[in-house]
Structure formats: C-alpha cells, structure tokens
Design a protein around this ligand. Structure first.
Ligand code: SF4
Ligand code: SF4
Length: 397
C-alpha cells in the first residue's frame, strides 16, 4: 500500500498554533541547566539538584552551544540549574550569550545575588532575572526551600531594586500551602517593581516525592483558575492550561510544547523533550554529538514522534479536550499514568480512578512508576519536609 499522503495547508496559511504543534525549525526559547550544583535542597526541585556533575559542559563548550543558538536565531535561553550563579563562569557565559544576540533569562534562589552582582546585571541589556520564592512568608517558603531561603530571595530582590534593574520576575511554584498567598506574593513582587510569575508543580525530580502532599486540591485548582482569569499582569509560562477545562481558556498556546517549542539542555549536554521529563525515555541526544543540538532538534526520532498528532486516548470523549489537550505529559509520566491518560490533576476528576490504582512503585496500568534518571541530591543534606497544613485528600502507600 502506498504511504498515506497527509495534505497540510501551506505554512503561510496555517494558524500559528498549528505551526507550534508541528514543531518549528528552531525553538523559540529553551531551558539550559548550567549546573546541578545548588546550595539549597528544595523538596520539589525538578532536577533533584545539589551536587555538581563533574562531566558538566566546560566554558568553551557552553560558548559553542551559544554559537549554535545564534545561528538558529533562538530568541533567548532560560538558564537554570541547580543554582546557575554557582558556576564560576556564570557571568562570562551570560555575557557571551548577550554579545551573540541570544537573550538570557535566568532563575536563581538569590543567595549569590549580592550588591555587586545586581549592579553588573542591571548594566546588561537583553537580560531578565527570576527570583524563586514559594511563599509570601518565611514559614511557607522555607518549609519547601529550606531555612533562610526566604530571607535570601528578599535580599536579592532588594539588591536588584536598589541597582535599578527594572521589572525582574518573582517566580512561584503554586502549592497547596501558598495558593492562599497569591495576592500577597503579587503585592510583594510589585513592592520591588517586579512582576509575579506562577508555575505549576510537577512530580519531577524530588517533586515526585512531595507532589501528592503539595499539589493544590481540586477546590484550590478552581480558586487558582478564578484568580488567574483577568490577571493578565501575572505570568504563567502557559503552565496551567489543564485548568482551562473549567471554562474560559487561560491566555497562552494551551498545548504541551515538549519537543515542539521547548526542550532542555542539561548540565552535561543531554537534550530532553522538556525540563520536567529528565528521564531516558525523553532523551533525544546530546549537544556533544556530531551535529550538535541543531541535529538533535531537527532529526531526533523522539521529537518527530512528539510532533505527530497524538492519540487523545481516554480524553477522546471529553468535551474540554480542545481547551486542555489532555494536560501535561511529564505529570502523567512521573505519577505512573500512560501518556494518553487524563492529566493526573484533571479538573473534571477523570484521573481519580487511575490514581487510586497507583500503588507503591506500580503505575495505574501495572508498569513500574518511572523514577527520574539521576539524583544529584547532596548526600547527608536533609531535604526540607513540607509541613502539611491541610489534610491530604488521598494517602497512597
Ligand atoms: S510535558 Fe508538561 S511541562 Fe513539559 S511541555 Fe508538556 S505540558 Fe509543559
Ligand atoms: S478528561 Fe482529559 S481533556 Fe478532559 S479535562 Fe480531563 S485531562 Fe483534560
């Protein structure tokens, strides 16, 4: 039988969202974990950071990656970690990227962002900073990020404001414990001339162990959705599109961009489909391979398969599919659901029965629950154990 010919309308007439679904010639932006070293041990860290990997990309290799980004005309990179400012060559890498027309947005816990660093950052163009903060109060924040983390974040925010940096971002992972503080967090950000950015908690990295305790309840998901509607000044990184199944769609692309518009370069150059799926199953190649990450982006079989129209699976009959698209691939994967199952936080409750079937290390369909490929946690350093202020709806063994 001859291969089926799929007739696509010419690119010029396709809606933008279809362009994204099919995958772009080059990513618009990407996440790049510069190091797994971190002075903190946050309980929900998506990359299980703590220890530096001795194989991490050298300064010269980082420059070569930037050269490729420039050739591909990537708009900007999200530099993260770990704590990226722990790299001794952090500023040279940032400056090299900016000098090569690749904008930089970087995330930091703020510990090393002192007065001098703030002044140096404020003098750069095409740079944005995100300070991580997971609670308006030290009690809520430090229960997740560790003692002293709240003070360090606020101090960094003060330094940026004093240096005249402009509107940096305050980045919050929304949890069961801080969802009631969103107004306070927004006011706090504004008091420094900053903008609030909220993202979704995923069960990735060390988050796999705390997700069930920290994820917002169903009632809180509705509360969050209502809060986000109409607050266009609050950035979301398009990470709450599963909430759009409540009704009116939240602003954004409302699709899983894994391997299509986003991907991750990790600290040793591995290329994954998304920052939240650091697992061999989503490993597309390495920037150290011949052809670099340009080849990975354009020729990886994994990325090609992610760009295919997906099976809607159990979501097929859902009237909200257009809004929610079945939710987040990473969240399904790391809680032991199949990729065509509903999102584990499906707002219509369609994953409840599947989650009830997940047991200790065994997924909803009998396969082992995947664990993150690597754990960089520092041995002997305690991970904060978030206090559960509200009862967990479901306790699994
Ligand atoms: S897997 Fe989840 S976090 Fe990653 S791009 Fe898709 S929706 Fe976003
Ligand atoms: S059933 Fe699937 S498409 Fe419908 S709301 Fe739930 S996750 Fe979204």
């Amino acid at each position: 039988m001859p291969p089926e010919v799929v007739h696509q309308p010419p690119a010029a007439t396709r809606p933008l969202v279809d362009e994204f679904r099919l995958g772009l010639d080059a990513p618009i932006c990407l996440t790049w974990e510069l190091t797994y070293a971190c002075n903190l041990s946050c309980s929900h860290c998506l990359s299980s950071s703590g220890r530096r990997d001795p194989r991490e990309l050298s300064t010269e290799e980082c420059f070569a990656v930037v050269d490729e980004l420039q050739r591909l005309q990537v708009f900007y990179v999200n530099l993260g970690g770990g704590e990226p400012m722990l790299r001794p060559d952090f500023f040279p890498i940032v400056e090299y990227a900016i000098d090569h027309q690749v904008g930089v947005k970087f995330s930091t816990n703020g510990t090393f962002l002192d007065r001098d660093a703030a002044r140096r950052l404020a003098a750069m163009d095409y740079l944005d900073v995100q300070i991580s903060l997971d609670g308006a109060t030290a009690a809520v924040n430090d229960a997740v990020r560790g003692a002293g983390a709240h003070r360090a974040s606020l101090q960094a925010m003060e330094h940026l404001a004093d240096a005249g940096f402009g509107a940096f971002k305050v980045s919050v992972v929304v949890t069961r414990e801080n969802v009631d503080e969103l107004d306070d967090l927004r006011a706090l950000a504004e008091s420094f001339g900053a903008q609030l950015r909220v993202t979704r908690l995923r069960p990735s990295g060390r988050g796999a162990d705390t997700w069930d305790r920290l994820r917002p309840t169903q009632a809180q998901q509705r509360q969050l959705y209502a809060w986000l509607l109409g607050r266009d000044d609050v950035l979301t990184g398009d990470s709450f599109f599963h909430l759009s199944a409540f009704g009116e769609a939240l602003p954004g692309l409302n699709l899983c961009g894994a391997g299509r518009v986003v991907f991750l370069i990790d600290t040793v150059g591995e290329v994954y489909a998304c920052p939240f799926v650091i697992h061999d199953e989503f490993l597309a190649g390495n920037v150290r391979d011949p052809g670099g990450f340009t080849d990975v982006w354009r020729s990886s079989e994994l990325f090609a398969s992610l760009r295919e129209p997906g099976s809607e699976g159990a979501c097929t009959s859902c009237g909200s599919y257009d809004a929610c698209q079945g939710g987040c691939m990473a969240s399904k994967f790391f809680v032991g659901l199949d990729l065509d199952d509903p999102d584990p936080e499906c707002v219509l409750g369609n994953a409840e029965e599947l989650l009830d079937r997940v047991g200790a290390g065994v997924g909803a369909h009998g396969a082992p629950v995947p664990r993150p490929t690597a754990d960089h946690s520092r041995p002997g350093v305690a991970v904060p154990s978030p206090v559960t202020l509200r009862p967990t709806r479901r306790t699994r063994p």
